[in-house]
Write a protein that binds this ligand. Structure first.
Ligand code: CAA
Length: 291
């Protein structure tokens, strides 16, 4: 199937990156959010990130202008109905995603492929509540989307071959690499990454190390580009906790128990970079560890 027009629902951290790479690859993009402010912020972020790519010599100024010209923002969700491919990229809460799909379904063209950028929620369950489980799958990008090479493609139990092949061709057109994951809690990347981050929080909670020493250990001792606590702040501690809960509930194994300290940070509203504070405090010139 030929994909030309891509709808992106949710203009947050992931949604703006998805709109960016889709438009850069030549797709017409309709970027939707309930908040006009979020849409303005997303367009400013896309512009800033495209400028980084221009100054790094990765794209030309003409490509940047053409990319911006291919993105249209809208607060009207039904306007996405005519898209060939829709990527839902709203908050990682099942009831929110469910509401979005319910609102979209009456307006969808019969051929539209519906996907979710969920990092952990069951694709089969989300698909089962739509009118097109065979045209539904997981399309999971990594953050920062313009930089990270991987996209996880997750087939639900009913996803058909054509849908998978069409999404695979989109990933290839983006110049990215797809990993095919089966539909089990948190798929591949987060099944491995989140328990590591959670373990880093336990290491902090138990006083084995402080924020700086834990991050330094993994950066210098395992060549990770970011330490696990810095990465948790980058992803968002609420998202990390939500994924640990999906693993804990879905696999019913105590090894996925979210660390109480992670829960406490989320309860405090210290969600990482996006709120200015998490394992580090970002409100000053340089990040300062909070423990
Ligand atoms: N958009 C466009 N370009 C960007 C960018 C963005 N958002 N962020 C960084 N870049 C570019 C920079 O401009 C720079 O380009 P040049 O080489 O041309 O100068 C290049 O990327 C490297 O960036 P920086 O020099 O600023 O910084 P860095 O070398 O420290 O890299 C990083 C930054 C890529 C974020 C790196 O620290 C990294 O790879 N961190 C780990 C990220 C990671 O693990 N992500 C996965 C999270 S898990 C996930 O997303 C799944 C989930 O469901 C939770």
């Amino acid at each position: 199937m030929d994909i030309r027009k891509v709808g992106v629902v949710g203009a947050g951290q992931m949604g703006n990156g998805i709109a960016h790479v889709m438009a850069l690859a030549g797709y017409d993009v309709l970027l939707n959010d309930i908040s006009a402010e979020a849409l303005d912020k997303a367009m400013a972020t896309i512009r800033r990130n495209l400028e980084r790519q221009v100054s790094g010599g990765r794209i030309t100024a003409e490509e940047m202008a053409a990319t911006l010209g291919r993105i249209t923002t809208t607060q009207d969700l039904p306007a996405l109905g005519g898209c060939d491919l829709i990527i839902e990229s709203a908050t990682e809460r099942e009831e929110i995603k469910q509401k979005i799909f319910d609102a979209l379904l009456p307006h969808l063209a019969p051929h539209t492929i519906l996907t979710s950028n969920t990092s952990s929620i069951s694709i089969t369950r989300l698909a089962s509540r739509t009118d097109r489980p065979e045209k539904f799958m997981g399309f999971h990008f990594m953050n920062p989307v313009p930089v990270m090479q991987l996209v996880e493609l997750i087939r639900g139990i009913a996803t058909d071959r054509e849908t998978f092949d069409t999404c695979l061709a989109v990933v290839e057109r983006l110049g990215k690499t797809a990993a095919s994951a089966e539909d089990f809690p948190a798929f591949i990347v987060n099944r491995i990454l989140m328990p590591m981050i959670n373990e880093a929080v336990y290491t902090l909670y138990e006083g084995v190390g402080n924020v700086r020493s834990i991050d330094q250990s993994l950066k210098l001792g395992a060549n990770h580009p970011m330490g696990p606590l810095e990465l948790a702040d980058f992803i968002g501690l609420d998202t990390c906790l939500a994924i640990m809960n999906v693993l804990h509930d879905g696999l019913a194994d105590t090894k996925y128990r979210p660390c109480p300290l992670l829960t406490k940070y989320v309860e405090a509203g210290w969600l990482g970079r996006k709120t200015g504070r998490g394992f580090y405090d970002y409100r000053g010139e340089a990040p300062v560890p909070t423990r």
